[in-house]
Design a protein around this ligand. Structure first.
Ligand SMILES: *Cc1c(COP(=O)(O)O)cnc(C)c1O
Length: 384
């Protein structure tokens, strides 16, 4: 059976270095904020081209820390995409603020800047709500950066902050700049299945704003002041474990090579998909390079195709079958089907194929042969 993500191939490559670094932590015993954490933060900052990398306990906490540092709370509106993982919007609600969902660009699946502008301008028209527009969380879905040139401009016009959710895009590029450096602050995740993953939970915030970084560093340790027992604000316990930092340091050594392998594997899929009728391949706009967290197609009759591929021994995944505005957790916000049509259409048709840096071209041919065979067998609906 083909694996959907193969973490074993990577372990075979760097297992010895990972174990050496873990042994080193076991010997020095500084499990909380050990020297590996500082070393990792410095290397992450260099990699992204930002002044401050603040590591933390997960991608979700990275998002939460940024919203807390902005003082987001009840009565605030934060604009975001519904076509993302729950964490992106969950953190807004956790702080008592209100997520306002904005539709995506159907080609890139990322927040559409024009719809964002309209949603911010129209906020006052929403019946029964008097919310203060505060910020925007844009997501770099599947590894591709959103259009920050335009998103930052729209947000600035309305006086809002922008948070880049780079959980899937660490390693990606936009106009010569790394994902993670494209807005005032960015959050990324080191969940094992992300482009740069550890062996547990982990995350980081990136920013060039030194005062903001100081607040983040305080928030991740219970709102500490000069010392841990001097508490100047309400915070979290949201540090990255030294052991996870050690593992990430070993993985960071091979990360640029893995990014290149991902790029080549994506190219191969796209070339192979060219001959299959009805399949829409991922779009990478001029000037961008995806980190290829996922290789995601749109296919007609998606659920049938997924079942047929499963029967043929090919695992696939659907990110995301239900856009957030239609999730039960957000039912109180009052959205209805049809409100965000591009997100809903994407949710019905996307299909992510097995993908990782160590994917063999022969496996990719097998996947695409099976996909071609299913699509030939399944009657094609008239629209996606
Ligand atoms: C994975 C992910 C997160 C959350 O990261 P965790 O480390 O799992 O908390 C947030 N946003 C997006 C878009 C993600 O894909």
């Amino acid at each position: 059976m083909i694996p959907f993500i193969d973490l074993k191939a990577q372990r075979a490559r760097i297992g010895a270095e990972v174990e050496r670094r873990i042994q080193c932590v076991l010997r020095h015993g500084n499990f909380i904020m050990g020297q590996e954490v500082a070393e990792l933060e410095s290397r992450l900052g260099q990699f992204c081209g930002v002044r401050h990398a603040v590591s933390c306990s997960s991608g979700t906490d990275a998002l939460l820390l940024v919203l807390m540092a902005h003082g987001v709370g009840p009565g605030d509106a934060v604009f975001t995409t519904p076509f993302t993982f729950i964490a992106t919007a969950e953190v807004i609600s956790l702080l008592g603020a209100t997520p306002v969902f904005v539709d995506i660009d159907p080609e890139t699946y990322n927040l559409d800047p024009d719809s964002l502008d309209a949603a911010i301008a129209g906020l006052g028209d929403a019946p029964g709500r008097s919310l203060t527009p505060r910020g925007v969380i844009a997501v770099d879905l599947f590894g591709l950066a959103a259009d920050y040139q335009r998103i930052n401009a729209v947000a600035a016009k309305h006086g809002l902050f922008v948070l880049e959710d780079a959980a899937q895009s660490f390693g990606g590029l936009s106009h010569g700049r790394r994902a993670g450096s494209l807005a005032h602050a960015a959050a990324t995740s080191f969940f094992p299945a992300k482009p740069l993953g550890c062996y547990g939970d982990g995350g980081a915030v990136f920013t060039d704003d030194g005062d903001f970084a100081d607040v983040l560093r305080s928030l991740r340790v219970h709102g500490k002041g000069d010392t841990k027992y001097d508490n100047v604000r309400i915070g979290l316990n949201a540090r990255l474990d030294t052991l996870q930092a050690a593992i990430l340091l070993a993985k960071l050594d091979i990360f640029p090579d893995e990014l290149e392998k991902r790029r080549l594997a994506a190219q191969t899929y796209t070339r192979l998909a060219a001959g299959i009728l009805g399949v829409v391949v991922p779009v990478v706009p001029e000037g961008c390079e995806s980190a290829w967290a996922q290789y995601t197609l749109r296919v007609p009759g998606r659920d049938g195709v997924q079942a047929a591929l499963k029967a043929a021994g090919i695992p696939t995944a659907v990110y995301y079958a239900t856009p957030l505005h239609l999730q039960k957790a957000f039912a109180h916000l009052g959205y209805a089907p049809g409100d965000l049509p591009h997100s809903e259409a994407a949710a019905r048709s996307v299909l992510s194929l097995p993908f990782h840096p160590y994917l063999e071209p022969e496996t990719q041919r097998e996947v695409m042969r099976a996909l071609g065979a299913c699509l030939a067998d399944i009657p094609v609906p008239t629209s996606l």
